[in-house]
Design a protein around this ligand. Structure first.
Ligand code: FES
Length: 173
């Protein structure tokens, strides 16, 4: 009897110490992992001033790749001359950009087939036969408006919500 009670007391004391340690650790972990609703509200500011016509950069928005591309007049003309009715996911370049600034093409860098990161935003990367982006996973080709033109992807690269905060900066999200 006597021994058992002491064991119980020891176990109770250990459990209490264990709970105390957990209570201290949990708030630290919480701070390092923003909750889903905090992430959903996060926006990303992008400085456009150094991105020359013909160039693109890869950054991230809500933990996913984001492509920011400065189209050349030729790339804009190529996108505009396509008959939208022939597209799998019909949209004009104008509809995929804001404020009439068709040279700034902002899209998620996530293939709409199975989510690979397409090539074409990095210097010298393969942009595919339509001059936009090329997904090497299963060969989806996107045009200069990042619209799907060939391969298995069902949709254009997604355009996130964004606005210009100045002539040379955007706020995404
Ligand atoms: Fe891009 Fe399949 S994930 S073509």
């Amino acid at each position: 009897e006597e021994v058992r009670r002491r064991d119980f007391i020891n176990i109770a004391a250990v459990s209490f110490a264990g709970m105390g340690a957990v209570a201290v650790v949990v708030p630290l972990i919480d701070q390092m992992n923003p909750s889903a609703d905090v992430l959903a509200l996060a926006s990303t500011e992008v400085d456009l001033s150094a991105i020359q016509p013909g160039q693109a950069i890869k950054t991230t928005f809500r933990s996913q790749p984001l492509f920011v591309r400065h189209l050349t007049p030729k790339e804009i003309a190529e996108a505009d001359k396509v008959d939208v009715a022939t597209l799998r996911d019909p949209q004009t370049l104008e509809e995929r950009t804001v404020d009439g600034k068709k040279q700034w093409l902002i899209t998620m860098g996530v293939c709409t087939h199975l989510g690979c990161v397409p090539l074409g935003a990095g210097e010298g990367e393969n942009r595919g036969e339509y001059g936009g982006y090329f997904c090497p996973c299963h060969g989806s080709s996107y045009d200069t408006a990042a619209r799907i033109r060939k391969g298995p992807a069902p949709k254009n690269l997604e355009v996130p919500e964004f606005k210009f905060t100045s002539d040379t900066a955007i706020l995404v999200g």
